[in-house]
Design a binder for this molecule. Structure first.
Ligand code: FAD
Length: 455
C-alpha cells in the first residue's frame, strides 16, 4: 500500500474543476489533494458587486468540492507555506499567474516554499495560448492586434483537459476560515455550473446574431461571460473547442466572437511583455499629454463616477456600473472616452474606478481597454477618435431603452428623446442634471492637446 501524501491545489483565477490542468497535475503528484482559497482581507474592505461576485464564486467552488475547500484569510506569502507545512505537502499546484501583481506574489510564495524545501508548480494559465508564447519572426512580441490575432490562429492550442472522474480531496480536519456572512446564501449567479449553462445557452441561442447585435447595450445580446472568464469558472479553451465542434461555429458571428476572446488574450500578452503598461502609458510619444487636475476636476470626476454628467448614455453606464458591477462594451468605450477626452483626466483614474466596481475587473483587459480609448495604448492612430456621447447613444440605443432603464429622471421622455433632454420643454422636469461640459468645445481642446503632445 502506498503511503498517504498530500498536495495543495491553490485556487485563484481558476475556480472550476473541468478543463483544469493544474488540478490534474495535483492529482498525479500525491494520494490526496487539499483545495485552498486564500482570502486577502483587503478584498473584503468594501461591499461592492465585485466583492459579492468573488465570494459567490468561492462559495460555489466550496460546494463543488463537497466542503473540502479550505479558506484561509491572510497574505498568501504567509498562508500558503504555513498550510503546506501543516499538512505536510511537498508541492503546491497553481494555474500560472500572468499579471504583474500575480507574478510578484507567486515568486514570493515560491521562494518561501523553497526555503522550506517545498515546490510551487504552475500548470496552464487562464488563457488559450499562454501570454508570452506568441512572438513574431524576430522573436519580439506583437504590438498591434491584427497580426497578433493572425499569429494566434496559426499557433494552435491544446484540447480541453479531461474532468477527473474522482478527485481524492483531503478531508482531514484542516482548519478553514468562514466566508463572510451571506456569501453562501448569495443569489448572485456564480460558479462553474452557472458559467457552463450560460455559455451553452449563448452558443445555442445567442451566438448567431452576435456580429449584428453585439454593439447594442439596450439588448441582452452579448455572452456575459466576462466574469466567469475572469474567475476561471470556465476556460476559454472549453469555449473555443465547443465553437469548433458546433455548426454555428463556422458562421461569421462565431468568427467575431472568437476575435473578442483574442482581444482578451492579446491584452494579457501585452501586459506580460510590458508589466509597466498596467498603470503607465504604453506609447511614449504621448507622455507629454497634459491632463487636468485640482478641485474643479475632482468635482467633474465625481459627477462622472456617480452618473451625473448630464450626458444620458454616460450617466446610464456609470449608474449600471455602480449598481450591477457590469457595463456593456460600447458603453465602457463611451464613458472612458468621456472621462479622458471630455474631462481631460488621465486614464488610470477611470481604470481604477472600473477595477474597483466591475465584477469582471481584470487589469489586462481593463487597463489596456482604457489605454486604447485614451489613445495611449495599442491602437495605431486613435488620438483623433473622440466618441460623441449623443450620436453614439442614438446609434447604439436607438429607442432610448438603455438610458431609461438606468436613469429614472429621463423615463418621461419617449424613444430617442431620452438622449437629448435639452431639446424638449419637459426634458428637465424630473431634475436630470445639465451637461457638465460642452462636448464640442472639449473635443476641440482634446485634439489640440494631442497635436501639441505629438509635435
Ligand atoms: P462578449 O461580447 O460576449 O465577449 C466575449 C468575451 O470576449 C468577453 O467575456 C471577454 O472575455 C472578451 N472580450 C470582449 N471584448 C473584449 C475587449 N474589448 N477586450 C478584452 N476582452 C474582450 N473586459 C473584462 O473582462 N474585464 C475588464 O475589466 C474590462 N474592462 C474594460 C474597460 C474598458 C474601458 C473597455 C473599453 C473594455 C473593457 N473590457 C473588459 C472589455 C469588454 O468591455 C468586456 O469584456 C465585455 O463587455 C464583457 O461582456 P461580455 O462577456 O458579454 O462580452
Amino acid at each position: 500500500m502506498t503511503a498517504a501524501t498530500t498536495s495543495i491545489l491553490w485556487f485563484r483565477r481558476d475556480l472550476r474543476l473541468s478543463d483544469h490542468p493544474a488540478l490534474l497535475a495535483a492529482i498525479d503528484s500525491a494520494t490526496h489533494v487539499l483545495p485552498v482559497f486564500v482570502l486577502d482581507p483587503r478584498l473584503l474592505e468594501n461591499d461592492t458587486p465585485r466583492t459579492r461576485r468573488l465570494l459567490a464564486s468561492v462559495a460555489s467552488l466550496s460546494k463543488d468540492t463537497r466542503g473540502a475547500l479550505v479558506i484561509r484569510r491572510g497574505n498568501p506569502v504567509d498562508v500558503i507555506p504555513e498550510l503546506a507545512q501543516e499538512v505536510g505537502a511537498q508541492q503546491v499546484h497553481v494555474s500560472r499567474e500572468t499579471t504583474p501583481y500575480g507574478r510578484r506574489r507567486d515568486e514570493a510564495v515560491e521562494k518561501a516554499l523553497a526555503d522550506d524545501g517545498r515546490e510551487l508548480i504552475g500548470t496552464g494559465t487562464p488563457y488559450a495560448v499562454g501570454p508570452g508564447r506568441i512572438v513574431n519572426q524576430s522573436g519580439s512580441p506583437y504590438k498591434v492586434f491584427t497580426p497578433f490575432a493572425k499569429a494566434w490562429h496559426q499557433h494552435g492550442r491544446p484540447a480541453p483537459a479531461e474532468r477527473p472522474k474522482r478527485i481524492p480531496w483531503l478531508r482531514d480536519d484542516v482548519r478553514s476560515d468562514a466566508l463572510p456572512r451571506g456569501a453562501k446564501a448569495s443569489k448572485v449567479e456564480a460558479g462553474e455550473a452557472a458559467a457552463l449553462k450560460r455559455w451553452e445557452s449563448f452558443l445555442h441561442d445567442g451566438l448567431t446574431a452576435y456580429d449584428k447585435e453585439r454593439d447594442r447595450p439596450d439588448l441582452d445580446t452579448t455572452s456575459r461571460l466576462s466574469a466567469p472568464l475572469k474567475y476561471g469558472e470556465i476556460h476559454p479553451r472549453t469555449i473555443l473547442a465547443d465553437i469548433a465542434a458546433h455548426s454555428a461555429g463556422r458562421s461569421q458571428a462565431a468568427g467575431t466572437y472568437v476575435t473578442e476572446l483574442i482581444w482578451r488574450e492579446f491584452y494579457a500578452d501585452v501586459l506580460w511583455h510590458q508589466p509597466d503598461s498596467a498603470w503607465h502609458d504604453l506609447r511614449p510619444e504621448l507622455a507629454k499629454l497634459p491632463y487636468d487636475s485640482g478641485p474643479e476636476t475632482d468635482r467633474l470626476v465625481d459627477a462622472w463616477r456617480e452618473g451625473r454628467t448630464g450626458y444620458p448614455i454616460v450617466d446610464a453606464g456609470m449608474r449600471q456600473l455602480l449598481e450591477e458591477g457590469w457595463m456593456h462594451n460600447r458603453v465602457r468605450m463611451i464613458t472612458a472616452s468621456f472621462l479622458t477626452k471630455d474631462l481631460h483626466v488621465w486614464w488610470p483614474v477611470g481604470a481604477q474606478h472600473f477595477l474597483d466596481h466591475l465584477v469582471d475587473g481584470d487589469v489586462a483587459s481593463n487597463n489596456h481597454g482604457w489605454q486604447w480609448v485614451a489613445g495611449t495604448g495599442t491602437d495605431a492612430s486613435p488620438y483623433f477618435r473622440v466618441f460623441n456621447p449623443v450620436t453614439q447613444g442614438k446609434k447604439f440605443d436607438p429607442d432610448g431603452e438603455y438610458v431609461r432603464r438606468w436613469v429614472p429622471e429621463l423615463r418621461h421622455l419617449s424613444g430617442a428623446a431620452a438622449h437629448e433632454p435639452w431639446k424638449h420643454d419637459n426634458g428637465y422636469d424630473e431634475k436630470y442634471p445639465q451637461p457638465v461640459v460642452d462636448h464640442d468645445d472639449e473635443r476641440k481642446e482634446t485634439l489640440a492637446r494631442y497635436e501639441r503632445a505629438r509635435r
